[in-house]
Design a protein around this ligand. Structure first.
Ligand code: ATP
Length: 319
């Protein structure tokens, strides 16, 4: 019997506790300062030897995920192969993705899958890249991929790929995620933000938007480990654009706050909304009430921060 080597990695979704967006740069990107926070909603990515590269996607929103070279996990395979010296050292793989992170929901599921593919293939091919080397490959694949490797809570700069872990007490924060009945495209949300800012400038609001800076009250709140203070300090510059494109989110956010959330925000480019609760019991109550209020498609309770990409034991070989 042939033993087919396979490696499975578990990858987390992310929230942005702060997302400060600078002006649009000449290269089309926006400079960011963001506070990433990995939460306990995971995809699984398995890499195994195959005759040719390929990808299969199952689970939540799988029909919206490309099953070809456009899949971010396969792009990561190609980037890692180039970094480790080509096909002789990095033979063909099949990637199987089990999705639980909703697609195009502002939770960076595609980037997480790319990080999973990097870690799984690094192991499968015995490439031996360390965390920093994998991070350099990750940054080429996408801005959020580097964070999905390290997880925890971290400050991201540049396009989000220049990371500094945030030193904070080991507090577990209890979140309720409200998944929307619909999707938002990240580039379209940024384009809406540009239009809103241009319209604001014409109407006499301050002309050019300042370079983004790290929010000191949020960092102080994180250092205190006090969820009430963290809840008050959450912010997302993309939220007005996401709400303009998906007006139902206004109701979702208001409902969560009325039901006692310590803070609420749209996650990244949306449309998922994240609500912070003071403890696990409150999170359960909030999840039940939000679900009953009919202001979202479904809810999930998660905690953060959680570690980044981890290799799971193979159930076929684990004793
Ligand atoms: P972004 O990471 O761009 O901010 P997001 O977090 O809102 O976006 P993702 O779930 O990462 O959303 O999906 C963004 C787009 O990436 C989708 O349109 C999807 O088709 C594409 N995509 C490519 N590969 C994947 C993947 N493995 N999983 C999910 N989406 C993928």
């Amino acid at each position: 019997m042939t033993i087919v080597p396979r490696v499975t990695a578990r990858v987390p979704a992310k929230l942005n506790l702060q997302l400060a967006v600078g002006p649009r740069r000449a290269d089309g990107y926006h400079g960011l300062v963001t506070v990433f926070h990995a939460v306990s909603l995971f995809d699984e990515v398995t890499a195994e030897c195959a005759a040719q590269d390929g990808v299969t996607v199952t689970g939540e929103g799988a029909d919206r995920v490309p099953a070809d070279q456009d899949n971010l996990a396969l792009r990561a395979v190609t980037a890692l192969r180039a970094a480790v010296g080509g096909a002789a050292r990095a033979p063909a793989v099949h990637i199987s993705i089990t999705k639980r992170i909703p697609v195009a929901a502002g939770l960076a599921g595609g980037s997480a899958d790319a990080a999973g593919a990097l870690v799984a293939c690094n192991e499968l091919w015995h490439s031996g890249l360390d965390q920093q080397q994998l991070g350099a490959v990750a940054a080429k694949v996408g801005s959020d991929v580097t964070f999905a490797l390290i997880g925890g809570t971290a400050v991201g700069r540049g396009r989000g790929e220049r990371l500094t872990p945030a030193l904070a007490p080991a507090t577990a924060y209890h979140w309720v995620l409200a998944f929307a009945d619909g999707h938002l495209s990240t580039p379209e949300v940024y384009a809406m933000l540009d239009r809103q800012r241009a319209a604001g400038a014409k109407a006499g609001a301050k002309g050019s938007h300042p370079e983004p800076t790290l929010d000191a009250p949020l960092m102080t709140a994180l250092r205190s480990g006090d969820p009430t203070r963290v809840g008050r300090a959450l912010s997302n510059d993309l939220q007005p654009a996401a709400v303009a494109m998906f007006p139902a989110l206004r109701k979702t956010l208001a409902a969560g706050l009325e039901l006692g959330a310590l803070g609420a925000l749209v996650s990244g480019s949306g449309p998922t909304c994240a609500f912070l609760a003071s403890n696990a019991d409150r999170a359960l109550g909030l999840a039940v009430s939000l679900s009953g209020a009919g202001v979202c498609r479904s809810v999930a309770r998660v905690t953060g921060p959680v570690p980044g990409t981890l290799i799971l034991p193979d159930p076929k070989t684990a004793k």
